[in-house]
Design a protein around this ligand. Sequence first.
Ligand code: NDP
Ligand code: AKG
Length: 427
Amino acid sequence: METVKKQLPKAGMYENVLRQYNQAADIIDLHKGIRKILMNTNNEIVVHFPVKLDDGSIEVFTGYRVQHNNALGPYKGGLRYHTTVDIDAARALAMWMTWKSAIVGLPYGGGKGGIQIDPSKYSESELERITRRFTYALGDNIGPDLDIPAPDVNTNAKIMAWIADTYSSIKSPSVRQKNMHVVTGKPVGSGGLEGRDRATGFGVVTNIKKWAKNLDKDLNGMTFIIQGFGNVGYWTAHFLTKEGAKLIAVQDASGTIANTNGIDPESLLAHTSKNTGKIDGFESASKLDSSHFFEIECDIIIPAALGNQITAENCDKIKATLIAEGANGPVSADAELILLKNGVDVIPDILCNSGGVIGSYYEWLQNKRSENWKMETVLDMISEKLEDAFDRVVEVSNTYHVSWRVGAYIVALKKLDQTYKERGVFP
Ligand SMILES: NC(=O)C1=CN([C@@H]2O[C@H](COP(=O)(O)OP(=O)(O)OC[C@H]3O[C@@H](n4cnc5c(N)ncnc54)[C@H](OP(=O)(O)O)[C@@H]3O)[C@@H](O)[C@H]2O)C=CC1
Ligand SMILES: O=C(O)CCC(=O)C(=O)O
């Protein structure tokens, strides 16, 4: 295991997050010492671990876990299995988790990680061995009161159950059952929370409803497009369709499909479930060229896949009036300036997709208390927290005359500033 601790370089996604951070820190004149602390990550864990594949060969994988800050509580954030996972991406995603938890008032810090891998190239039993060896390699760098992973791109409840099982098995028998909350997003039968599966999409739609209400707009009849039809994409489509809005185009890594009469999310889910998760070949929509996806005439765009998808190069022709960031970092800092100038509203990721980590918090609390909560209760608690956070972000943004993203950063930074100052480190 390598533990790297150094001044951070500026590149890619991380550059994006630092630009956002510095802008907000300048506006509130954040204390110099606190500014330095938050610009750095606390710990960066890189592990190389061997796994025997089905054909008997050995492959060595690289896994990451970046722990950005834990002033507010244990590190919290997802694990991603994707070829784009590297130290830069993990740093950016970990930092976003710190702000996200602070904005919605959770007792968590920020962490993120994953494995640099294309999971579609491995069998299920290989993925299980890879996950278990990764968990073993991370060892006590994660823990229910230290750092609590969760699902992200290409990871799911089953993978979380393998992590919980492996982590627990390296503990002494007397405490083994007390460690299931080392991860959240588990299957309901293994300590998972009813509603965590849909929490992020539900949260995205809660934010969109608040946006519509504030502007006195009716979602009924509005059109929307979604990039990414995984956990966040599907559940967002499910809940937004329930509000009367119409899904007219979807894009994933396999291509783009469109139907101006509407795409039924449930039929598309049934199709992807039989088609290794892919939307291509869906009969009730036509295939579209992927390069102009974001230019489609619609009211709302929901990026729910990877980062840096809407950039200065492709944002000028966007016709939607709202971008609700289901994904982390889908809009580049340069693109956002152009969008705001063009009158497009952007609900920032650190607010918009925080329903997921709120759901995770309730799962963790449920495990700690040895309780089981009902879906309705969980969704009510999530929307209450999110509605408060939305109002706070709008209020702060209005006070400082800044975008909602900068306002959201200010809410987070003020919270962390208060915490550090209360501890007396900076008299
Ligand atoms: N899961 C959660 O609770 C949370 C997730 N998020 C963020 O939401 C986003 C999506 O996560 P999640 O839904 O969990 O991930 P999933 O793995 O469930 O789904 C990812 C989706 O993105 C698609 N995708 C991947 N690459 C591309 C591409 N190049 N172009 C278009 N589509 C692509 C995938 O398509 P394909 O199957 O073809 O590869 C898939 O449909 C991520 O940014 C994640 O960090 C944020 C908060 C919480
Ligand atoms: O549920 C969690 O703990 C974190 C989810 C996540 O990775 C995210 O919000 O980006």
